[in-house]
Design a protein around this ligand. Structure first.
Ligand code: B4P
Length: 191
C-alpha cells in the first residue's frame, strides 16, 4: 500500500497531478477541496458553512474537515493500492489528527509531496482558472488571502513531515508532464 499526501500553495497543481497519480498508481483520490465543493453544490448544511469560509479565502474549521476525511478513508476499506490525500492536511492540527487516525486504522503515510511554484505563476494559474471555474475563491482578492493563509497555516505541516523523514520537495514549474516525471521518480523510489 502506498499512502501519499500532495500539498503546496493554492494553484500549485495538486488536483492536476493527483489525477495522473491515480491513473498510474491506482490510488484512491481524496481531495478535501472537491469534497467541500460537492457539499456546496448540494447546498447541504455543511456546504453552507464551508462556503462562508472558502469564499473569504479562509480554511474551514479543522474539526469539520477531519470528520469528513475520517469517514471517507473508512469507506475505502483495506483492499486498495493506497490513497492520495490532495489538500489535506493543511494545518498542524490536521497533520497530528491524520497520524493518529492512520495508526488507529493500521495504516501509515509514506511520503508528502510538496509542489513548489513561484508566487506570480500561482496567481496567473488561478486567475486563468477563474475565467471558467465559477469558483467563489478564484479572484485576485481571495487568491491573495489564500496565499497568506497558506504561508502561516500550512508551512508548519511541511516542517512536521520533515521531522518524520517523509518530506519530498517537488519542483512544480514547467509542463504538467515534466512535473509528473519528477513525481514518478519520487514515488517509484517508495514502492
Ligand atoms: P483546493 O481544492 O485544495 O484547491 P487549490 O489549492 O485551489 O488548487 P490545486 O492546487 O488543486 O490546483 P489545480 O490542480 O486545480 O482548496 C480550495 C479551498 O478549499 C481552500 O482554499 C480551503 O478554503 C478549502 N479547503 C480544502 N482543503 C482544506 C483543508 N484540509 N482544511 C481546511 N480547508 C480546506 O491547478 C490550478 C490551475 O493551474 C488549474 O487551472 C490547472 O489547470 C492549472 N495548472 C496546473 N498545473 C499547471 C502547469 N504545470 N502549468 C500551467 N498550469 C497548470
Amino acid at each position: 500500500m502506498l499512502n501519499v499526501i500532495i500539498c503546496g500553495a493554492p494553484g500549485c497543481g495538486k488536483g492536476t497531478q493527483s489525477a495522473l497519480i491515480v491513473e498510474k498508481y491506482g490510488l484512491k483520490h481524496l481531495s478535501t477541496g472537491d469534497l467541500l465543493r460537492k457539499e456546496i453544490a448540494e447546498k447541504s448544511e455543511l456546504g453552507q458553512v464551508a462556503d462562508s469560509y472558502i469564499s473569504k479565502g479562509q480554511l474551514v474549521p479543522d474539526e469539520m474537515i477531519i470528520n469528513i476525511l475520517d469517514k471517507n478513508i473508512e469507506a475505502f476499506g483495506n483492499d486498495i493500492n493506497g490513497i492520495i490525500l490532495d489538500g489535506f492536511p493543511r494545518t498542524l492540527a490536521q497533520a497530528e489528527a491524520l497520524e493518529v487516525m492512520m495508526s488507529q486504522k493500521g495504516k501509515k503515510i509514506d511520503t508528502l509531496l510538496d509542489l513548489s511554484v513561484e508566487k506570480a505563476e500561482l496567481i496567473d494559474r488561478l486567475l486563468k482558472r477563474g475565467i471558467t471555474s465559477g469558483r467563489s475563491d478564484d479572484n485576485l482578492e481571495t487568491i491573495t488571502k489564500r496565499l497568506a493563509v497558506y504561508e502561516t497555516q500550512t508551512t508548519p505541516v511541511s516542517d512536521f513531515y520533515k521531522k518524520l523523514g517523509k518530506y519530498s520537495s517537488i519542483h512544480g514549474m514547467g509542463t504538467v508532464d515534466e512535473i509528473f516525471g519528477r513525481i514518478e521518480t519520487e514515488l517509484d523510489s517508495k514502492k
